[in-house]
Ligand binder design. Structure first.
Ligand SMILES: Cc1ncc(C[n+]2csc(CCOP(=O)(O)OP(=O)(O)O)c2C)c(N)n1
Length: 573
């Protein structure tokens, strides 16, 4: 058997796990590991410019592939810089393995140089964490870390490695385990057949059904099964912000996103439904609005891999714990085997009602109240120019909501955004993580001039590794989402939401060796965008001037029911 040091074992274990890229930043506690990286070329290290970016790159790789991404950060400030990225992944249940350097084990607890208790700091935002106590454990710990991160309800796992666990002169027999067994951790593999039967009876008896699905369908690789079931039944489907792409955005049964900035028809349908089939979503506050007024006439079936998510905010009439893919498959088999079919008359009446709602609002926005381009027009153009086929990685703010509303996602894993934590600064590194792994695909970062500046230093990483992502910056010269809330709730007192002294983004990106294009008029937009996407090998930053006074609508009225919405600056339901 081969003898390897702890540092070598760490990298070899990653290789044997099938890891191609690790995203990281070196420091004292990691020097042995970085030396082990230097002496091999199977696992490629991407040197970011800030540790937060490393975690978002790993996270976005996971969102696009379903496999855990890997970040490597040093002890102390390196580890704390990674916390936002770990929390971002945790809130959206994204599999990730974060290896953190730690001071020598005999110094732990002594306030040593660059010591932080990373296990303690990260505990509320990890699925699990390991502190390496003996170098021999490293291969098994890494195997377990991946297993825990990727199985059940996925999530980030921290592996904290004190420097003396990686000493180059101390060598141990290395073998990477083929599998791991953990007595106290056994994620469920299928749903309860009796519960599924109850759910199917309810589904077939429903008169005003809605299928509401979330990120669990994407993470659980269950899009195909969802489409098959929804089309067998002919029922309307709505997706959460995290679930977009789980059901094709251009299909006639799709009624749009639901919730805070959901479509009028999706929120109305939810409110008036008599039966909701929720798959891999968690009835979070951005969906339900006031829980006491939530969908008063609906019976609820809730499918989730995590029993703790069920009946957490909204009580489920039929809970089903299990992986979305297996449960939906069994549900479809039972529907097909049932003697009864959905009632055609009530379903037709329900669709007529939904179409009426669709006609009333249907995602319209005004274009006659400003000379300037509307952000919605830019996203619609992006959808057209990329044929709705790009990986769209978004930052956080109005631009994120416009992208969610107006880009038509027809495939899962293509809409990559920080839905739960809402982390500004996510978009650019996320796009980099996806593009590195899918070099032949179109990868776009949709951002605002506020968010992009939170990780703009990564333009340098893009130059070093030639990562030709496209950035679409909807430049409204303000923290638009904050400004919108101030317009609506604080009589337009725009406290600290205008950004003065913005950089000249064109010159800035050019200084990193990239291409910058500024667009100010709608008539130039399509040509400029096509030009940008034609530059396959270049990173292109499009700085697009949009109407700074535009708001995102619909917008739910706080603490109301799902049907209580603002539809424009002057119309309310
Ligand atoms: C790290 C972080 N800080 C603060 C916020 C609060 N926040 C949410 S949206 C937003 C404004 C975003 O501005 P910009 O990126 O320019 O996008 P826009 O809303 O203008 O499209 C802010 C400050 C956040 N989500 N993340």
């Amino acid at each position: 058997m081969e003898l390897l040091s702890g540092a070598e074992m760490t990298i070899r274990a990653l290789r044997d796990q099938g890891v191609k890229y690790i995203y990281g930043y070196p420091g004292g506690a990691l020097l042995h590991i970085y030396d082990a990286i230097f002496t091999q070329d199977e696992v490629e290290h991407i040197l970011v410019r800030h540790e937060q970016a490393a975690t978002h790159m790993a996270d976005a790789y996971a969102r696009a592939t379903g496999k855990a991404g890997v970040a490597l950060v040093t002890s102390g400030p390196g580890a704390t810089n990674a916390v936002t990225g770990i929390a971002t992944a945790y809130t959206d249940s994204i599999p990730m393995v974060v290896i953190t350097g730690q001071v020598m084990s005999h110094l732990i607890g002594e306030d040593a140089f660059q010591e932080t208790d990373m296990i303690g700091i990260s505990r509320p935002v990890v699925k699990h964490s390991f502190s390496v106590q003996r170098p021999e454990e490293i291969p098994e710990i890494i195997k377990k870390a991946f297993h825990i991160a990727e199985s059940g309800r996925p999530g980030p796992v921290v592996v904290d490695i004190p420097k003396d666990m990686t000493t180059p002169t101390e060598r141990y027999e290395y073998e990477y385990p083929k599998s791991v067994k953990m007595r106290s951790y056994n994620p469920i593999a299928k749903g309860h057949t009796g519960q599924i039967k109850k759910a199917v009876d309810m589904l077939l008896a429903a008169k005003r059904p809605v299928i509401y699905t979330g990120g669990g369908v994407i993470l659980g690789n269950a899009s195909e099964q969802l489409i098959a079931l929804a089309q067998e039944l002919g029922y309307p489907v709505t997706n959460t912000l995290m679930g977009l792409g789980g059901y094709p955005g251009t299909d006639k049964q799709f009624i749009g996103m639901l919730g805070m900035h959901g479509s009028y028809e999706a929120n109305m349908a939810m409110h008036h439904s008599d039966m909701i089939l929720c798959v891999g979503a968690r009835f979070d506050d951005r969906v339900t609005n006031g829980t006491d007024k939530f969908c008063p006439t609906a019976k609820i079936v809730h499918i989730d891999i995590d029993p703790a998510s069920i009946s957490k905010t909204i009580k489920a009439d039929v809970p089903i714990v299990g992986p979305a893919q297996a449960v939906l498959k069994e549900m479809l088999e039972q529907v097909q085997a049932a003697k009864k079919a959905p009632c055609a008359d009530s379903l037709q009446a329900w669709w007529e009602q939904i179409d009426e709602w669709r006609a009333r609002h249907g995602g319209r926005y005004r274009t006659d109240d400003s000379e300037l381009m509307k952000p919605q027009q830019v996203i619609e153009m992006l959808s057209k120019v990329t044929n709705g086929d790009a990986y769209v990685c978004s930052d956080v703010g109005q631009h994120q909501m416009f992208a969610a509303q107006y880009y038509k996602f027809n495939k899962p894993n293509r809409w990559i955004n920080s839905g739960g934590l809402g982390t500004m600064g996510f978009g650019l590194p996320a796009a980099m993580g996806v593009k590195l792994n899918f070099p032949d695909e179109e990868v776009v970062c949709v951002t605002g001039e506020g968010s992009i500046q939170m990780n703009i230093q990564e333009l340098s990483t893009i130059s070093q590794y030639d990562i030709p992502v496209k950035v679409i910056c909807l430049n409204n010269q303000s923290l638009g989402m904050v400004r919108q809330w101030q317009d609506m709730n604080y009589e337009s007192r725009h406290s600290q939401s205008y950004m003065k002294s913005l950089p000249d983004f064109i010159k800035l990106v050019e200084s990193y060796g990239h291409v910058g294009i500024r667009v100010e008029r709608l008539e130039d937009l399509e040509g400029a965008m096509r030009e940008a996407f034609a530059m396959k090998d270049r990173m292109v930053f499009m700085d697009i001037a949009v109407d700074p006074f535009e708001h995102v609508y619909p917008m739910q009225v706080p603490r109301g029911s799902m049907r209580d919405m603002w539809l424009s600056k002057t119309e309310r339901t």
